[in-house]
Write a protein that binds this ligand. Structure first.
Ligand code: PLP
Length: 400
């Protein structure tokens, strides 16, 4: 495709299809936050009126966040984001019963869990990583086989950031409980997109992040089931009932509260319809392409599509030049693009895995966004494929 055909970003409004990376702050969230940078600036730990005002704002935000996930207010700990919450949850769970030295997790977790698991392993914790099937669904037999009385904690993500695949966390939590282990879930991609009711499950610890649900960056939540003692990651003051030291980021927490309240009212079925149209139209127009991830259990806004023989980074670069923001799970190392650990775990053939991109829709995605991608992506992929691939016509679907 020629540069002229792609046009410049300034010609049209950009199309943002990278909601799983981050989302814009909702205008109502921003409005709610602003006074807490100026007029209402007190420290919630202070005993005077200004402090009490800030403390009241925290309480209101806590109630809103608790309502989003079916928790009680005392079970909510505010953190700096998903990564901190995950670290605090897993470390806390490992300290709950020093006799248990095993962490069970999955092969497709986000770096927040993966990197921590690697570090803990180097420090003597036994880590069992449960594989997934070709669809991205968790291998439930392997999961059961990984559980025994040595397991301190199971950490399994609710929904995958690359493919959108949803794990049956309520069922997994029950199985963990049956061997006396604690259960943590990284719900960073699930919160605000799927209904969460922790009270109806055996989940002990749950993490999510504000910036994935139109809240501010630097805000996050750790849900801790009542009765479970948390060891704070950093030593310091008694904020968050001694569960997270450091003066609270009041403006961000206020924003997170409002974002949670708005997210609780959102219905993503329209977005799912747009995602489905996007996939159907791309599959009809692009040969040798496939949708990755368990179609039956997938986030409504996420599509991971692989184009055999096309280089994902080059596809993204051209999409970017056409004003379309998307992502890939591929990581550049030593000059070559390596398929992500998620696609490797799913045993996606290399030629597809290297050409896999993720399109994740914002909750206010427009029909025109989809039409724009459908208008430019087939030509971009065709232009990047080796000549023999370009002549293929039948779409390939491995995981239909
Ligand atoms: N877990 C998952 C599944 C994610 O997608 C992300 C962010 O991409 C994180 C954890 C990390 O969250 P945060 O950016 O708030 O630290």
């Amino acid at each position: 495709m020629s540069e002229a055909a792609l046009g410049t970003v300034a010609d049209r409004p950009p199309v943002y299809l990278d909601a799983n990376a981050t989302t814009p702050v909702d205008p109502a969230v921003l409005e709610a936050m602003l006074p807490y940078f100026s007029a209402i600036f007190g420290n919630p730990s202070s005993q005077h009126a200004a402090g009490r005002q800030a403390k009241a704002a925290l309480a209101e935000a806590r109630a809103r966040v608790a309502a989003l996930i079916g928790a009680t207010e005392g079970e909510i700990v505010f953190t700096s984001g998903g990564t901190e919450s995950v670290n605090a949850a897993i470390r806390t769970a490992l300290e709950a019963d020093p006799k248990r030295k095993v962490l069970v997790t999955t092969a497709v977790e986000h770096a927040a869990v993966r990197a921590l698991a690697d570090r803990l392993e180097a420090q003597g914790i036994v880590v069992r990583r449960v594989p997934v099937e070709g669809t991205g669904a968790l291998d439930l037999d392997a999961f059961e086989a990984a559980l025994d009385e040595d397991v301190a904690v199971v950490s399994a993500m609710w929904a995958n950031n690359e493919t959108g695949t949803i794990f049956p966390v309520a069922e997994l939590a029950e199985k963990a409980k049956a061997v006396g282990a604690l259960f943590h879930t990284d719900a960073v991609q699930a919160a605000g997109k799927l209904r969460i009711d922790v009270a109806a499950t055996a989940i002990d610890l749950l993490s999510f992040s504000g910036h994935k649900l139109h809240g501010p960056k630097g805000s996050g939540v750790l849900y801790v089931r009542r009765g479970l003692k948390v060891h704070p990651l950093i030593a310091g003051g008694r904020q968050e009932r001694g569960r997270r030291a450091g003066t609270e980021n009041v403006p961000a927490i206020v924003g997170l509260g409002v974002a949670a309240e708005i997210a609780a009212q959102c219905d993503l079925s329209r977005v799912q319809g747009l995602r489905d149209r996007l996939e159907a139209e791309l599959m009809a127009r692009i040969p040798a392409a496939m949708v990755l991830g368990d179609r039956a259990a997938r986030l409504p806004n996420t599509s991971c599509i692989a184009f055999a023989g096309a280089d994902a980074e080059a596809v993204l670069h051209r999409l970017d030049r056409a004003g379309i923001a998307a992502a890939s799970g591929a990581a550049c190392s030593a000059g070559s693009v390596e398929p992500s650990h998620v696609l490797r775990a799913m045993a996606v053939p290399d030629t597809f895995a290297r050409g896999a991109i993720r399109l994740s829709l914002l909750r206010n995605a427009a029909d025109a966004d989809i039409s724009r991608v459908v208008a430019v992506l087939p030509e971009i992929v065709a232009g990047l494929r080796p000549p023999c691939r370009r002549s293929q016509s039948a779409p390939e679907r491995l995981h239909a």
